[in-house]
Design a protein around this ligand. Structure first.
Ligand SMILES: *Cc1c(COP(=O)(O)O)cnc(C)c1O
Length: 351
């Protein structure tokens, strides 16, 4: 079965070989306070910085999931307030989780056909602005142009960006945000259980000043441990090893992003020639990495079943979109041959 699910998603073919190497090299039972593990963490950070073009002065941390990042931000950084701008289920969840931790979380939702409504945003100066760069649930994105305008409009605010389903797939300009995070089971093409949290010097200065220390995953504590290339709790060492090996085999993000954009265009052409529609009519709001396709409920049910019978797992529509849409991951681990094969199957069902 080839999985086009937008997370957890198909992993790179090399993963079994990496796991075997990890076992042979003693990584699976490696002590997380050992010199070997600290060297592994260090190497993985360097590779992330290099392959994803993360600025030298941004700090890189390892945690367990994007959901954990939502909570870390709420408890350790957005203590004076957060302003959540979203148009889909993941952005909404981020707000919901934050609200349980913080009394100063405010939502601003917008239509999925709209670009981020800059002129109607009114965050307080102390608010961390929370943006879901790529909304996996409905296949929209806040593109880098919009992020750049957001930065320029609110120069005093810290900006936190959920890039879970786009980091490692598109080229991000990290200077447009202060906190960036993603888990590895989407565009990184790796098994779940590890997330990357990135902080600008400005955000770091702020959380060090707040100095919140009530939790095992308080950012100050994570930062202190990472100075020694360690984590407060036993991390997913295998996950870090797989990330290190996988990054070594990947080109720079610019090369990957070009491939993803090319494949995205192909999907758009394909959809236009089919009797289905892209869920999002506004071309500027479309995600490059998650492609949501809309149709009649009966046809959608049929197409998912037929694709499955042919060996292709399509992503279910998310939440309220479940019945009328399916989603296709446009993640780097998928191969052109697989994409072409899926298009052939869809074209056949589509007659
Ligand atoms: C998948 C996803 C998450 C949740 O990731 P976990 O690693 O399961 O916590 C959060 N945000 C977005 C945008 C996602 O796509």
């Amino acid at each position: 079965m080839i999985s086009f699910y937008p997370g957890p998603s198909q992993v790179y073919d090399q993963v079994p070989a990496y796991v075997k190497d990890a076992f042979d090299a003693g990584v699976l039972g490696m002590n997380h306070r050992s010199d070997e593990c600290m060297a592994l963490v260090n190497e993985t950070q360097s590779l992330l910085r290099d392959r994803l073009s993360i600025p030298d002065d941004y700090h890189i941390y390892f945690v367990s999931s994007a959901t954990e990042c939502w909570e870390i931000i709420a408890q350790s950084l957005a203590v004076d307030g957060s302003f959540h701008v979203f148009n889909g289920a993941f952005g909404q969840k981020w707000f919901d989780y934050t609200q349980r931790i913080s009394k100063h979380a405010n939502p601003k939702s917008f239509d999925r056909e709209e670009l981020i409504p800059l002129s109607s945003l009114n965050p307080q100066a102390k608010d961390v602005i929370c943006i879901t760069q790529n909304e996996t649930s409905n296949g929209t994105q806040v593109n880098l142009g919009a992020l750049s305008q957001l930065r320029a409009s609110f120069p005093k605010n810290l900006i936190a960006v959920d890039a879970t389903s786009s980091m490692a797939g598109i080229e991000l300009n990290f200077s447009l945000g202060d906190i960036w995070f993603a888990s590895v089971q989407k565009c990184f093409g790796l098994p779940a259980g590890l997330a990357i949290l990135i902080s600008s010097p400005k955000a770091r200065e702020k959380f060090l000043q707040i100095n919140e220390r009530d939790y095992y995953n308080s950012l100050t504590f994570i930062d202190e441990m990472m100075a020694k290339r360690q984590t407060p709790y036993t991390p997913n060492v295998l996950g870090i090893y797989l990330l290190m090996r996988s990054l070594k085999d990947r080109p720079s993000i610019r090369t990957t992003a070009k491939i993803i954009r090319g494949r995205f265009s192909k999907w758009i052409d394909f959809i236009e020639q089919s009797r289905f529609q892209h869920l999002i009519a506004n071309a500027d709001a479309r995600s490059y990495t998650v492609i949501p396709i809309r149709g009649q409920e009966l046809e959608i049910t049929r197409i998912k079943a037929s694709a499955k019978a042919a060996g292709f797992l399509l992503g279910e529509g998310y939440g309220e979109l479940k019945k009328n849409t399916f989603r296709i991951a446009n993640f780097p681990a998928l191969k052109d041959t697989e994409l072409n094969a899926l298009r052939q199957v869809l074209a056949r069902i589509n007659v």
